[in-house]
Design a protein around this ligand. Structure first.
Ligand SMILES: Cc1cc2nc3c(=O)[nH]c(=O)nc-3n(C[C@H](O)[C@H](O)[C@H](O)COP(=O)(O)OP(=O)(O)OC[C@H]3O[C@@H](n4cnc5c(N)ncnc54)[C@H](O)[C@@H]3O)c2cc1C
Ligand SMILES: *[C@@H]1O[C@H](CO)[C@@H](O)[C@H](O)[C@H]1NC(C)=O
Ligand SMILES: *[C@@H]1O[C@H](CO)[C@@H](O)[C@H](O)[C@H]1NC(C)=O
Ligand SMILES: *[C@@H]1O[C@H](CO)[C@@H](O)[C@H](O)[C@H]1NC(C)=O
Ligand SMILES: *[C@@H]1O[C@H](CO)[C@@H](O)[C@H](O)[C@H]1NC(C)=O
Length: 518
């Protein structure tokens, strides 16, 4: 590593207006973190010394730069899951869409890797391939504008889900967004995107009307259903560019009331419970559109020290109490507790623990890998088997004792109503999204390997119980060891279409850190 005192000193106080070219070397110089970042970027393989900084001068003055070993940098790059996480040399928050264009061009000129940073809840371990380079932090591109006809809204690329939900709600509107308040709007959407309102309207990406995207060649493109990229961004979007804004359908709020019944069970009820869920709720994808059922398994020793409890949620739209026709078969099974709650749409996420102050929204330093599997329905005996394995692997002396198993039974009508060939999202026929979340404090590579083996053991039990030969997994929950077909669909036309589009729009594979599609 060469240290260049004059560049480094200039860079330590670097501002958009003052980037300078390096002139001399000083091998005895000990760099500060800012200087380290400058030097690393200045020696990027494709660039002459100082080219990065000469080019960066062009960014608008609102652009924010963060250097390593500062609190601001640490906060800007902190992630929800810390296994297989990306590393960057510098964090740059562009102030405008044009700054995103410029940054991608600069990075390309200098052959510097870059990665969009948004809600930072992306957890796939493929992100760990990003070992240096630029975080393009989208936080300054935040905002929602509702069109004057009230039928669409434009959402900027770095807008948080809750900002979208609240802004629309304040104007009597809603749309499909992710359920979790702290995740970005865009992150879930790029992988298709599940949300409370999908039973009515389809996936998050199904709401898109047009989008502006900076592709790997540094072009800002406006795309819509006439563009070949349109298919790809709806399910494999992370692979094709940085979306700076999207115009989406919005809908009037028709039903303001929502209600939930939360039933808690001990593990001995697992088989009967999921049999009842199949019979009374899922109904092979014809679960009533106003009903959503979720469940979580987790250890709560004061309630049951002998094994994980099952928290089963039945959520209903348009009522102030969940219809007893839905709850009665579940109450009959003998839960430890039954609680009811009622409120408006904005309250639902908090009921299932994923509001802004909920545990999954916090960035605590934990590793949070998930092992997703889509299924058509529950196999009650496989549920009993996987419960036993989860119980054993999360016992009180296990490093994984705080793990969570998630079973998400959204209503599906709106998702199935959309032509499956219209988007890269491949798994519309599946009614259930399951995922073990193996939570632990990062320690060693051996512990990571143990967590991976445990998560896959759980996933494989459910897969075996499905009787399927091929796994279907959700790209946005993926661990990172899934095959391209498991993430993007087993039909060969999907695989070849993704490959053809990657070769057209991202031939040098700049956008390959998040579950690469081709
Ligand atoms: C607590 C929790 C709740 C969740 N709830 C849901 C849910 O309800 N529905 C659902 O479908 N999924 C949900 N997810 C999964 C979620 O879709 C992914 O974790 C997603 O990657 C999060 O996006 P992010 O912006 O927060 O993360 P980031 O890590 O910032 O981004 C994820 C990936 O997307 C890329 N990216 C982000 N923004 C852009 C952009 N504008 N243009 C191009 N690329 C971009 C990033 O480069 C990165 O590769 C949830 C996850 C968690 C942890
Ligand atoms: C940042 O700090 C760590 C220790 O806290 C140190 O090992 C590392 O070299 C520092 N990085 C830079 C670029 O100074
Ligand atoms: C719960 O969701 C699953 C998966 O969608 C479904 O099979 C089941 O019928 C649902 N149960 C209830 C009570 O809604
Ligand atoms: C479930 O629905 C699918 C179509 O979505 C259908 O092909 C299948 O036969 C149904 N299964 C049962 C058991 O009704
Ligand atoms: C407890 O969990 C650990 C780690 O998952 C596992 O190795 C061990 O066998 C478990 N012990 C029991 C008694 O189940």
């Amino acid at each position: 590593m060469r240290w260049l005192r004059s560049t480094l000193l200039a860079a330590a106080t670097w501002s958009v207006a003052s980037a300078q070219l390096p002139e001399q070397e000083d091998p005895d110089f000990t760099p500060t973190p800012a200087e380290f970042a400058v030097d690393t970027l200045s020696h990027a393989p494709g660039c002459g010394i100082g080219d990065f900084w000469r080019l960066a001068k062009d960014l608008s003055s609102g652009t924010e730069i963060r250097y390593p070993n500062s609190t601001e940098f640490d906060q800007a790059v902190e992630r929800w899951s810390n296994v297989g996480a990306p590393s960057v040399t510098i964090s740059v928050a562009p102030a405008t869409e044009q700054d995103v264009v410029k940054l991608v061009r600069i990075a390309n000129n200098c052959n510097i890797p870059f990665l969009a940073y948004n809600g930072r809840h992306g957890a796939t371990t493929t992100l760990g391939q990003m070992t240096w380079g630029i975080s393009i932090d989208l936080k300054k591109l935040s905002g929602v504008t509702i069109a004057s006809n009230g039928q669409s809204a434009t959402v900027l690329g770095g807008t948080n889900s809750k900002v979208v939900i609240d802004h629309l709600w304040a104007n009597g509107k809603q749309t499909v967004t992710g359920t979790c308040e702290c995740v970005s709007y865009m992150g879930p959407a790029l992988g298709g995107g599940h949300g409370w309102l999908q039973g009515h309207h389809g996936l998050i990406a199904d709401q898109w009307i047009s989008a502006k995207i900076v592709t790997a060649d540094g072009q800002l493109r406006t795309i819509n259903s006439n563009s070949d990229l349109w298919w790809a961004v709806k399910g494999a979007g992370h692979n094709f560019g940085i979306v700076t804004s999207v115009t989406i359908k919005v809908y009037p709020v028709v039903k303001t009331n929502w209600a939930i019944t939360t039933l808690m069970y001990t593990g001995d009820k697992v088989e009967a419970l999921y049999q009842a869920a199949n019979d009374h709720l899922l109904q092979n994808g014809s679960q009533p559109v106003e009903i959503i059922n979720w469940s979580y398994w987790m250890n709560i020793p004061p309630i049951d020290p002998t094994g994980p409890v099952i928290e089963f949620y039945i959520i209903q739209e348009g009522v102030t109490a969940v219809d007893t026709a839905y709850t009665a078969p579940f109450i009959a099974l003998g839960p430890i507790s039954v609680t009811h709650n009622t409120g408006d749409y904005k309250a639902v996420s908090a009921w299932v623990g994923i509001s802004l102050d909920g545990p999954p929204c916090q960035k605590t330093g934990a590793a949070n890998p998930r092992f997703p599997l889509y299924l058509p329905q529950y196999n009650p005996s496989a549920m009993a088997d996987v419960y036993a394995a989860f119980k054993e692997g999360t016992n009180s002396s296990s490093p994984f004792a705080n793990s969570l198993f998630m079973f998400e039974g959204y209503s599906m009508q709106g998702v199935k109503a959309v032509n499956a060939a219209s988007a890269a999202f491949a798994f519309r026929q599946d009614n259930l999204l399951t995922a073990a979340l193996v939570q632990y404090t990062p320690g060693s590579a051996a512990l990571d390997a143990q967590a991976k083996a445990f998560g896959n053991q759980l996933r494989n039990i459910l897969h075996a119980g499905s009787g399927r030969t091929q796994k279907h997994t959700y790209v946005n929950y993926a661990y990172g060891d899934e095959s391209k077909q498991e993430l993007y669909g087993h039909e060969s036309w999907r695989t070849s279409r993704l490959l053809q589009l990657k070769n057209k729009y991202d031939v040098s594979r700049r956008f390959n850190f998040y579950n690469p599609a081709a």
